[in-house]
Design a protein around this ligand. Structure first.
Ligand SMILES: C[S@@+](CC[C@H](N)C(=O)[O-])C[C@H]1O[C@@H](n2cnc3c(N)ncnc32)[C@H](O)[C@@H]1O
Length: 279
């Protein structure tokens, strides 16, 4: 039975309440297609009954499955390429310089919606490649901590496994990095243990204040705020600002911008891309 407007609105509000993901009415089909199977599996005969079950479920398991199903997890290695050139030429050298000059002993980087892990592993590869080829004095990967979080347990499981199929590997990764940082049996590629140990994966809902995670010198929050309301985007960028330490680098997705949401950052351009810096 197709979803009614009342049922759509109940589920839309439920999903916003628990994740901030706002499924617009024109995307009704998305909600319906992603939740129908779960509804049938549960033995519910319509979406209202399914919603009421989710409301009643004190274990939170059904809620978690619904939110997981409603996340969009598209990602790939070095996504959009230009911001990664910018990172290589501008952001990472400045962070490394802070360690080299002993201005800091530890740099914390946060990938705030890491999906299946390509984003944090791309950071780790870029950083490791930089350090292992340029040998900045007194700087090693031990000076860097990469925290990668997401709301979805299923993508975190994959990210944490560090295992990718041929299709995932064909999206954005150079042959050089594939050889340098992965082991393969011909079908599955696995991130090398040395690189994997550089990243901590953790479940984290961006609805919660990130101060629970500590503070960071560099935050990537890419291609996730697009799913949130304007009001929550403002709040999220305010919170991100509050957990950024100097030099306070902040990167959004290539099609995203802070215009209209935050004036707490300076915009910096380079390599055909932009990043933000805490004022
Ligand atoms: C399109 S992916 C972006 C992945 C990566 N940052 C990139 O740009 O390639 C969006 C991710 O945001 C996550 N997400 C959505 N709502 C979230 C929330 N409230 N808290 C944390 N992560 C969330 C989804 O699970 C999904 O993996």
């Amino acid at each position: 039975m197709p979803i009614s407007t009342e049922e759509f609105n109940l589920l839309r509000d439920f999903i916003i309440k628990h994740s901030e993901i706002d499924v617009k009415p024109e995307k009704t089909y998305l909600l319906e297609s992603r939740l129908t199977r779960m509804m049938v599996e549960m033995g519910a005969t319509n979406f209202k009954e399914f919603y009421l079950n989710a409301q009643k479920d004190t274990s939170g398991k059904l809620r978690e499955r619904i939110i997981d199903a409603m996340t969009t997890n598209e990602t790939f290695w070095f996504r959009d390429s230009k911001p990664w050139s910018l990172m290589k030429e501008t952001i990472l050298p400045q962070l490394i310089e802070l360690i080299r000059t002993r201005a800091k002993t530890r740099i914390r980087i946060w990938s705030a919606a890491c999906s299946t892990g390509q984003e944090p592993y791309s950071i780790a590869m870029l950083l490791d490649d930089y350090i292992s080829t340029k040998h900045p004095a007194g700087v090693s990967m031990d000076n860097f901590e990469i925290l990668a979080t997401d709301i979805s347990p299923s993508v975190l499981f994959l990210a944490n496994s560090g295992r990718y199929n041929q299709l995932a590997m064909s999206r954005g990764l150079s042959e050089e990095f594939k050889t340098k940082y992965f082991n393969t049996n011909g079908k599955i590629w696995e991130v090398s243990p040395a690189l994997k140990k550089r990243i901590t994966f953790k479940k984290f809902n961006l609805q919660d204040h990130p101060s629970a995670l500590g503070s960071f010198e560099f935050i990537l929050c890419r291609n996730v705020a697009i799913y949130f309301s304007d009001a929550f985007k403002k709040e999220l960028f305010k919170r991100i600002h509050s957990v950024l330490n100097p030099p306070g680098f902040f990167l959004l997705g290539a099609s995203e911008s802070l215009v209209g949401y935050s004036s707490d950052f300076d915009l910096v351009e380079g390599q055909g891309a932009i990043f933000y810096k805490k004022k």
